[in-house]
Write a protein that binds this ligand. Structure first.
Ligand SMILES: Cc1cc2nc3c(=O)[nH]c(=O)nc-3n(C[C@H](O)[C@H](O)[C@H](O)COP(=O)(O)OP(=O)(O)OC[C@H]3O[C@@H](n4cnc5c(N)ncnc54)[C@H](O)[C@@H]3O)c2cc1C
Length: 398
């Protein structure tokens, strides 16, 4: 009996160590900084940025001052050296007020810088990471093409070695930060017969001859985030612009995307929280049939579902972040977090519009913007269908 009790106490202690739902004091302080910044510097302007389809450069400089352009970048290169949990905390707060600003940060940190941190050599890291963290320029990450997005290994951009230069030819599509970036991680075929094992990554600088940026896409949501197509027309880059191992670039790209899904999930949670907080405030003020609409049970039920799903989504995101930060497998957790939170965010935003009625349907109120922004999270960095495929394939192994 005593022995069983000792075992039980031991098990409870182990569980309380491993199931700690509180953020550390450091992460709470980081959350507070991000929350204040988003409320003071982003919220008052986000509607105009959406209308003008642009994020002003001075806000990028302010984000750099906070360290938010070097979230994952090791401190030796001037970054914050945070992990996926820390990044999730920041991304939720920024997305709470502006999905487009969060998407800009996502492509810069979780795609471009993360790929360089993972795969680049020491000289490349020393050359690019401090500039990216300081905000000298933004970074972009270029996998998708006009002919392929989900089936990314089918890309057709080529890189051919010619003397001491690589020659790039082909097109990329939907590239976030593509208009403003200073450095681009570009995936290209280096062994066309090799399929996914014949793709390499390259670091391409903005002003390279033969590198052409198209005009910004006119999008449904995430309008302030710049999205462009890129063309490489006999674009010559140095031989040492190869980033990572020759023909192994697709593996790095998939690993980058795996972690990136944690960050984009946190964005979804932030957008859902924005929709929830705005519509809760509205429901407490707006009168119908002699009382605040919050007192009508069907409105309460919508808000209760939103609150529950946001909490559930955040737990999935944080679990994936904690596993990833501990160096444990987190691929399935990241896919589950991405799938659940992105679809949950769209639901929450649609409910928020419903709660706000005609007002919610206008651009005077932010929830319609959150809804347009949230929809992207179901498409980018692996659509909902792709996440279901990843999760289902995993079941074959269990
Ligand atoms: C605003 C925005 C920003 C982006 N930023 C970047 C970026 O910075 N860098 C970058 O490289 N890319 C970027 N993308 C591209 C994005 O990653 C792709 O749009 C996404 O991967 C989907 O690819 P696709 O649009 O070509 O759709 P497709 O692959 O053509 O898919 C179309 C539909 O078919 C479904 N589908 C495809 N295959 C299957 C299957 N096997 N089973 C079931 N359904 C399937 C998809 O889920 C989707 O619903 C961005 C896109 C947008 C819209």
């Amino acid at each position: 009996m005593v022995n069983s009790l000792v075992k039980l106490v031991y098990l409870l202690n182990v569980r309380s160590e491993t199931l700690d739902y509180d953020l550390s004091d450091d992460l709470l302080a980081l959350q507070d900084v991000a929350r204040r910044f988003a409320a003071d510097e982003i919220a008052p302007h986000a509607r105009d940025w959406d209308r003008n389809a642009d994020i002003p450069r001075d806000i990028v400089a302010k984000l750099a001052e906070l360290g938010f352009l070097g979230i994952f970048t090791p401190t030796e290169y001037g970054g914050c050296g945070l992990g996926d949990l820390g990044a999730s905390v920041i991304m939720e707060e920024i997305a709470r007020h502006c999905g487009a600003t969060a998407l800009m940060l996502d492509a810069h940190n979780a795609l471009c810088s993360a790929h360089i941190i993972r795969a680049a050599n020491a000289e490349q890291k020393a050359k690019y990471l401090p500039c990216l963290a300081r905000g000298d320029y933004l970074g972009a990450w270029c996998l998708s093409e006009p002919g392929c997005g989900s089936d990314a290994a089918a890309l057709t951009t080529t890189a051919t070695l010619n003397g001491d230069q690589w020659v790039l030819n082909g097109s990329k599509h939907w590239i976030t930060n593509g208009h403003y970036a200073g450095v681009y991680v570009v995936m290209a075929k280096t062994k066309p017969e090799g399929g996914a094992r014949g793709i390499s990554a390259f670091l391409v600088e903005r002003d390279t001859p033969g590198f052409i940026r198209a005009k910004k896409e006119d999008k449904f949501g995430m309008r302030a985030s710049d999205t462009v197509g890129l063309t490489f027309d006999d674009c010559r880059i140095p031989k040492d612009a190869l980033c990572g191992t020759l023909n192994e670039g697709f593996i790095d790209a998939m690993k980058v995307l795996e972690r990136g899904r944690i960050t984009i999930s946190a964005m979804s949670v932030g957008l859902a929280r924005g929709a929830f907080e705005e519509s809760l405030g509205y429901a407490k003020q707006r009168q119908a049939f002699g009382k605040p609409i919050f007192e009508h049970q069907s409105i309460q039920f919508m808000l209760a579902d939103m609150a529950m799903e946001i909490n559930a989504g955040r737990l999935l995101v944080h679990k994936a972040g904690i596993l990833s930060d501990a160096g444990k497998p987190s691929n399935i957790e990241a896919s589950m977090a991405k799938l659940f939170t992105s679809e949950m965010a769209t639901r929450a935003c649609l409910n928020a519009i419903q709660i706000e009625g005609g007002n919610g349907y206008t651009k005077e109120f932010p929830v319609e913007r959150y809804m347009r922004d949230a929809k992207l999270c179901e498409i980018g960095e692996g659509s909902s269908q792709v996440q279901r495929i990843i999760i289902a394939r995993h079941m074959l192994d269990i």
